[in-house]
Design a protein around this ligand. Structure first.
Ligand SMILES: [Zn+2]
Length: 204
């Protein structure tokens, strides 16, 4: 059995779940959230849990340096590789919103989705102006999460400043040094993706 995660870490994950669920971004028990405990350990949500009503026993601990135990969420390898490749990653959030799903599917096959002209790119670490274009990496969806994790690890290592990516027809990942920063990043990206969706419909 995995060691219990510290209460403060679990509370951050529970509160993130309430926040993201209230916005409709993790329907039908989808999504998963994690938080670094130390250099070699993370806390992560188990599969099948309602992410808006997480209980403490629905957050488990995982070693970053050992084979994954049976029964963890299928997307755990994606979280693990993000922490392994970048020691600055402190929290990872994954949503299945309508905007992330529809917009990513419309652009599938491309390497990235350009987000241009938006003031709120400044919600992302390192962006200072609406004149900067945010190229959000885009990956094809797959059920081979170990293979996907390797691809993501390779591309994210080449782009160390990046704080998120899309899975086509699936959803959005975003991370930060702290849970607070990860929440700001996923909220900014969800806002930008919602704008892209609206722009596709809007006909003045
Ligand atoms: Zn997912």
């Amino acid at each position: 059995m995995s060691p219990k995660a510290p209460d403060a870490v679990v509370m951050e994950i529970v509160e993130a779940g309430r926040f993201l669920s209230a916005r409709g971004w993790v329907p039908a028990t989808s999504g998963n959230f994690s938080r670094r405990i130390d250099a070699g350990t993370i806390a992560i949500t188990v599969s099948g849990a309602d992410k808006g009503e997480l209980r403490h026993d629905q957050v488990t601990t995982i070693s970053l340096h050992a084979p994954l135990p049976a029964g963890v969420s299928a997307e755990t390898p994606v979280h693990v590789v993000l922490y392994q490749r970048n020691p600055d990653v402190g929290a990872v959030l994954h949503t299945h919103s309508v905007a992330a799903t529809v917009v990513s599917l419309a652009h599938h096959g491309k390497a990235s989705l350009p987000l241009a002209g938006y003031e709120l790119v400044k919600g992302m670490r390192g962006y200072q102006s609406h004149e900067e274009i945010l190229y959000l990496p885009l990956f094809e969806n797959t059920q081979d999460m170990n293979g996907l994790a390797r691809d993501i690890g390779d591309r994210m290592t080449a782009a160390p400043g990046c704080c998120g990516f899309l899975l086509a027809g699936h959803g959005l990942y975003a991370w930060g040094a702290t849970m607070r920063e990860a929440r700001r990043h996923i909220e900014a990206l969800e806002f930008l993706l919602a704008c892209e969706l609206e722009r596709g419909r809007y006909r003045p």
